[in-house]
Design a protein around this ligand. Structure first.
Ligand code: NAD
Ligand code: LMR
Length: 333
């Protein structure tokens, strides 16, 4: 039995993500929570002939408690998206408080659940969730994940375009490490399962890196004020949730990048910090998943000089973003 929950389930990401989770045969119960429209979304999804029993809740009458009770996996896409001209950090003012409130609910009603954070800025909202769980004495670093899967999905797609075979995109695996915004997104293209064409020019390589780092802006611009990536994010979020659920059910050898607190695997985290040359608390690296969440944080491995400088460039922003998240929870204490 697996109960999955979506917080922010009526939104642009929330609805298609809920649809994909309803279609996941491993999910037996699906709890949908939002401040609007969840009864309608739940009624609609409940007609789909798949195992999950769907329930939708609003804040009134203990809705958050009812949604979260018994949850194994909680995915959080609640919060405002970007408009053109905004950075993800510009969302912090509104989204920090939303994520903090929901994390308090998780601490109270399902402290053992796996928490998958989508709400931006992920580099800061994950530390907020962690600090709230710590305050409530229920923090388990193995169970909190920043969802960076969209960067990995984009890297697979854009590399397949360069290779000239979109049919391969699903098989192309590129580790994308660091965080989830601008220069903190670091694709390790030298470790791609499918190498780039050997004659790729420096200019084309740099363009590819830039497109992976700023793919979100491409969508924000195209949506022209109506939001940011929702459908590709729902796909990516459902893919990562599926990995967490499969590992929880005992499947072995599942490895994917995710932004985690580096104490999730002390030895792996310390080795990664040594590679990075900094005492940073959070980083997205390839992690191995098991029934209890993170079982291993993998090292970055061999990097090219260009990749080394991309990793170095990510550290200052990432450090600042982490501090912003932590400082917010201290202020609101
Ligand atoms: P949206 O505005 O379409 O949906 C957000 C939903 O959250 C709305 O339905 C809203 O009612 C709900 N909400 C607001 N406050 C809430 C609360 N306190 N409790 C429960 N629900 C609440 O936005 P969207 O396009 O779905 O994006 C959501 C978030 O995901 C944004 O912060 C966006 O930046 C982020 N995002 C992250 C990634 C990623 O890769 N991690 C990718 C895309 C978008
Ligand atoms: C993305 O990468 O698409 C998301 O983080 C949304 C955004 O603001 O770009």
């Amino acid at each position: 039995m697996v109960k999955a929950v979506v917080l922010g389930a009526a939104g642009g990401i929330g609805q298609p993500l809920s649809l994909l989770l309803k279609c996941n045969p491993l999910v037996t119960e699906l709890g949908l929570y939002d401040i609007i429209n969840t009864p309608g979304v739940a009624a609609d999804l409940s007609h789909i002939a798949t195992p999950a029993k769907v329930e939708g809740y609003l804040p009134d009458g203990g809705g958050l408690k009812n949604t979260l009770t018994g949850a194994h996996v909680v995915v959080i896409p609640a919060g405002v998206p970007r408009k053109p001209g905004m950075t993800r950090d510009d969302l912090f003012k509104i989204n920090a408080g939303i994520v903090e409130g929901l994390a308090n609910g998780i601490a109270e009603h399902c402290p053992k659940a796996f928490v998958l954070v989508i709400s931006n800025p992920v580099n800061s909202t994950v530390p907020i969730v962690v600090e709230v769980l710590k305050k409530n004495n229920v923090f388990d670093p193995k169970r909190v994940f920043g969802v960076t899967t969209l960067d990995v999905v984009r890297a697979s797609t854009f590399v397949s375009e360069i290779i000239g075979d979109l049919g391969k995109s699903k098989d192309i695996v590129v580790p994308v490490v660091g965080g989830h915004s601008g220069v903190t997104i670091v694709p390790i293209l030298s470790q791609s399962s499918h190498p780039l064409p050997s004659g790729i020019s420096d200019g084309d390589y740099d363009k590819l890196v830039n497109r992976i780092q700023f793919g979100g802006d491409e969508v924000v611009k195209a949506k022209d004020g109506t939001g940011s990536a929702t459908l590709s994010m729902a796909y990516a979020g459902a893919e990562f949730a599926d990995k967490v659920i499969k590992a929880f059910k005992g499947e072995k050898g599942i490895v994917a990048p995710s932004y985690v607190n580096l104490t999730a695997d002390k030895a792996g985290g310390d080795a990664l910090k040594a590679e990075l040359g900094t005492d940073i608390e959070y980083f997205s690296s390839r992690i191995e998943l098991g029934p209890e969440g993170v079982t291993k944080i993998h090292p970055l491995g061999k990097l090219t000089p260009k990749e080394k400088s991309l990793v170095e460039a990510a550290i200052p922003d990432l450090t600042k973003n982490i501090q912003t998240g932590i400082a917010f929870t201290k202020k609101s204490a």
